[in-house]
Design a protein around this ligand. Structure first.
Ligand SMILES: [Zn+2]
Length: 213
C-alpha cells in the first residue's frame, strides 16, 4: 500500500531527532496509492444503495444521461433545433427542422455499442468498485464476460472503453453515476496521507453497509 521507512533499532538510547529524519517524515505516497485514491473517490460518490437501485431501468438511465449531456435541454446536433421527435423503435431522435436523426449515444464512448446505457452504468460501477479495492488486476476480461453473460472480446472492448472514459475530465459517465457528495473532514483534505487513510476507512465502512444491506 504505502511505504513507511522503518527506523533502525535504537534500544533505549536518548533519541536525537536530527539523526532520525525517517521518524519525522510522513510515510510517502506512491503513484499506485494515488491511482487508488482516484478510484476510491469515485466509488464513494456512487449512489447509496447502488446504481441499480437509483436507476432501476433503461428509461431512468436515459433520463439521467440526457440531463448530464444536455443540461439546457436536448438540441439537434446539426442545426441546434429543439423540435425533436422520438423514434422509439430505433431509439433515436429526429429533428423536425433539418431531418437529422441521431441517438443519445452518438459522439460518446457508447457510440455503436449494442449495450444499453444501463449496462454501461452498471459496468462502470463495477469497475470503480474493483479499482477502489485494488481488485481490478485479479478481475480478468474472462471474469467480466462470465458475470455479464457476454463474449470475451465484447467484455475486453467494454473494459478498455470504460478505462478511457472514466479517466476523462469531465466524463459523461462519471457525472451520470457519481451523484453523492464527498465530504472529508476539513483537517484531512490538505494532508494527502491523512486523506488516503480517510478514503480507506470510508470505503471499508461503505462496503460493510452494502453487505449489511
Ligand atoms: Zn436539426
Amino acid at each position: 500500500m504505502f511505504n513507511v521507512d522503518e527506523p533502525d533499532d535504537i534500544d533505549n538510547e536518548p533519541i536525537n531527532i536530527k539523526c532520525l529524519p525517517s521518524i519525522t517524515q510522513m510515510p510517502s505516497i506512491s503513484d499506485q496509492d494515488r491511482q487508488r485514491m482516484f478510484w476510491m473517490q469515485l466509488f464513494l460518490r456512487l449512489p447509496l444503495g447502488g446504481v441499480g437501485l437509483r436507476f432501476p431501468d433503461e428509461a431512468a438511465c436515459e433520463q439521467r444521461f440526457r440531463e448530464v449531456r444536455w443540461p439546457e435541454g436536448i438540441r439537434c446536433l446539426k442545426c441546434g433545433g429543439v423540435q425533436l421527435k422520438t423514434c422509439r423503435a430505433r431509439k433515436t431522435l429526429r429533428c423536425r427542422d433539418c431531418g437529422r436523426e441521431f441517438s443519445l449515444k452518438v459522439g460518446t464512448f457508447m457510440f455503436r455499442s449494442r449495450h444499453s446505457i444501463r449496462d454501461w452504468f452498471l459496468a462502470a460501477e463495477e469497475h470503480m468498485t474493483l479499482c477502489a479495492f485494488g481488485r481490478d488486476r485479479l478481475d480478468t476480461g474472462r471474469d467480466m464476460a462470465d458475470r455479464n453473460g457476454i463474449a470475451y472480446t465484447t467484455a475486453f472492448r467494454m473494459r478498455e472503453k470504460l478505462r478511457g472514459e472514466l479517466r476523462r475530465d469531465p466524463s459523461l459517465l462519471v457525472s451520470s453515476i457519481c451523484i453523492e457528495d464527498l465530504c472529508p473532514p476539513q483537517d484531512v483534505v490538505d494532508d494527502e496521507f491523512r486523506f488516503l487513510m480517510w478514503l480507506l476507512d470510508s470505503c471499508a465502512s461503505r462496503e460493510q453497509q452494502t453487505r449489511e444491506g
